[in-house]
Design a protein around this ligand. Structure first.
Ligand code: C5J
Length: 225
């Protein structure tokens, strides 16, 4: 596979011209507290199996991506231990019994350095793969993601991870406004709520791809071999 070559990927609403050398795989928030049984997400009553179905396809895609020496980055949602980067509105919204920064089943909830904040071991970043720690839902806000992508000549982003309607969607919208083309993979993204997963993908590909494209990891794997 010549990474500078353009490959046509079957996608919605129309084919995506994939240039591997100008493309990054961005894996969003595959963190223990969102995905693991016994984590914060499950203690809120969420069905983590809806997110865990994305683990195997992400592993397969990541292995093929790495085998070709292509660029990959990971994100984590979380905050400083002193909570100084946590807007009070974000902390209070949801009105749960446990809030961001409180002690959860895997350490303090959504706090950097705590066990629950870590990326699940199945998708552990390699030392050369940048990890973007983001205080918001979008991966561009208050981070150096845009600078890193610009410095690496990236124009396209393949987005996977969780959750489809929250951090994946927000990141895709931010990327769109900055001029990137995003392809979102339906089997590698997930939501606790299947109907919001479907709606989240529909919003991306609506109106001729108003925010980007939607496809399946099989289509990328067919090119990567
Ligand atoms: C993410 C969330 N990662 N749902 N966060 O989507 O609060």
């Amino acid at each position: 596979m010549d990474p500078t070559h353009s490959f046509t990927i079957d996608a919605e609403p129309y084919p995506f011209e994939f240039v591997p050398a100008k493309c990054i795989l961005l894996i969003v928030d595959m963190q223990r507290d969102f995905l693991e049984p016994g984590g914060f997400g499950e203690t809120l009553g969420n069905d983590v199996s809806q997110l865990r179905r994305t683990i195997a396809p992400n592993q397969k895609l990541l292995a093929a991506w790495r085998a070709h020496g292509l660029q990959v980055m990971h994100t984590r949602e979380g905050h400083r231990a002193d909570l100084m980067d946590l807007p009070p509105a974000k902390r209070m919204r949801g009105r749960g019994t446990r809030l961001i920064g409180d002690l959860g089943p895997m350490g303090r909830i959504l706090i950097r350095g705590e066990a629950g904040h870590e990326i699940i071991p199945q998708l552990s970043p390699l030392p050369a793969e940048p990890v973007i720690d983001k205080p918001g839902k979008g991966a561009f806000w208050a981070t150096d993601l845009h600078a890193i992508l610009q410095n690496r000549g990236i124009r396209q982003i393949i987005v996977t991870g969780v959750t489809t309607e929250v951090c994946v969607n927000t990141t895709v919208r931010e990327a769109n406004d900055r001029g990137y083309d995003c392809l979102v993979l339906s089997d590698c993204t997930g939501s606790y709520f299947p109907e919001l997963h479907t709606a989240g993908l529909a919003m991306i590909k609506a109106q001729g791809g108003i925010f980007g494209w939607v496809s399946h990891s099989d289509k990328i794997l067919a090119v990567l071999g």
